[in-house]
Design a protein around this ligand. Structure first.
Ligand code: SAM
Length: 399
């Protein structure tokens, strides 16, 4: 089911340096957290030669979790003067090598500005104060009560897109805010471009399409919002039927308009992950995607997980915050962990999948943190597939 990763001829690890002479990323042996991806999609995290904290945290499914302490060390060493995310750095964040990046992903990286400056001194203290203040302030908590807010938000985008029919207008409001501070490789950084996070999403979409979705007979994005990922996957994977599902009704209207404007084979369908529609039958060989959507379920993911297990898609690809991967002993990590808890973000899903993997009911293929915005690491990947029961009642891989 996994798509072959296309590699281009020029497998350079280009490091972009800005005209303001920000230093290029150092990828020396002590700054490197090289990530190898085995043929069985296990991702073992290795550190460089002077790795102070060589740690292999193999979960029961046979894959290692990215170690935040290692990433932090690498980030601190690499980022003393300012740095960027080029091919090498993206490869590490995504769990491959620069050569393993699909051509389309390399092009997307090159097309954007990922330069950044690590925060220090008063700038760092200001961010830490802001994070502390947010943690002590009332924060909106995800869950059923937030449904009207999503209706309203996507309603605004519907009005905008209906007028312009410009796919760029599908972009959610949270990517339109300037990326003032990001969490990258274990530290706060100030991106050069206000569109840093939106640019990261552009790159990620190409990676997901090439790495995981290439062989899917159809793609279902649950919690798809305005459909910007659906439209991107339709562009990257022509002719592929793609369904965008969300509990907010403007989402379906948006997808209808996008289909009408572009001719893409996409459609929308109303779906509540808290109360899955059992009438929906996923196409055999299809892939399920969620991006920042299960995040909103908090600890109430069981109904949706039950739906996925019953439907047995060929692959489930989640890009979500991974609560259990925070290192609670580190203040930088702890702040993000507490923020995610205050917002009621996804929690307990990874251990639940690990349990199912131990039981032989699913296979976990990837668990990986990428990076985060100011308050928490919202960008992580969790990829798995259900194992189908054979007629003797035991589980077997269905691929
Ligand atoms: C942060 S947005 C992510 C949207 C989109 N996937 C993206 O990448 O920008 C969360 C989305 O999940 C949807 N959502 C939240 N809870 C849901 C539920 N119980 N069922 C279906 N959709 C839900 C919201 O309506 C919203 O579109």
């Amino acid at each position: 089911m996994r798509a072959a990763v296309q590699t281009g001829s020029d497998a350079r690890a280009a490091v972009q340096t800005g005209s303001d002479a920000r230093a290029a990323v150092q990828t020396g042996s002590d700054a490197r957290a090289a990530v190898q991806t085995g043929s069985d999609a296990r991702a073992a995290v290795q550190t460089g030669s002077d790795a102070r904290a060589t740690l292999r945290m193999r979960c029961d499914a046979g894959l290692a979790r990215q170690n935040p302490s290692q990433a932090r060390l690498a980030g601190r060493n690499a980022a003393e003067a300012g740095f960027t995310l080029g091919h090498e750095e993206f490869a590490k964040l995504l769990g491959t090598t620069a050569e393993g990046l699909p051509e389309i992903t390399r092009e997307a990286i090159d097309a954007h500005d990922f330069r950044m400056t690590p925060l220090a001194g008063s700038e760092l203290r200001a961010v830490e104060d802001r994070v502390r203040a947010a943690l002590n302030a009332p924060l909106p908590v995800s869950g059923p009560s937030r449904q009207p807010a999503w209706e309203a938000g996507w309603g605004d985008i519907l009005a905008r897109f209906a007028g312009s029919r410009d796919l760029a207008d599908l972009e959610p409001h949270y990517f339109r805010k300037p990326s003032r501070t990001m969490r990258v490789l274990g530290r706060y950084v100030r991106p050069q471009s206000p569109r840093f996070e939106a640019s990261f999403v552009d790159v990620l979409q190409t990676w997901l399409a090439a790495r995981w979705l290439g062989e899917a007979t159809a793609i279902y994005e649950f919690g798809c919002g305005p459909g910007h990922n659906v439209a991107a996957f339709a562009r990257l994977l022509p002719e592929r039927p793609i369904v965008g599902l969300d509990w907010a009704t403007p989402s379906q209207e948006l997808l209808d308009l996008v289909a009408e404007s572009t001719g893409y084979p996409i459609s929308g369908r109303r779906f509540d992950m808290f109360a899955p529609d059992r009438e929906l039958v996923l196409k055999p060989g299809s892939a399920v995607v969620t991006i920042g959507a299960m995040e909103q379920l908090g600890e109430r993911f069981e109904a949706f997980l039950g739906f996925l297990l019953a439907q047995a898609p060929a692959l489930c690809v989640h890009v979500e915050p991974l609560h259990e991967m925070y290192d609670a002993s580190d203040p930088f990590e702890q702040a993000a962990k507490r923020y995610a808890e205050r917002r009621g973000y996804l929690r307990g899903y990874l251990p639940r999948l690990e349990f199912l993997a131990r039981e032989g009911r699913i296979e976990l293929l990837e668990v990986r943190r990428h990076l985060g915005s100011e308050f928490h690491d919202g960008w992580g990947s969790l990829v798995w597939h259900p194992r189908r029961k054979n007629h003797h009642g035991s589980s077997q891989d269905d691929r």
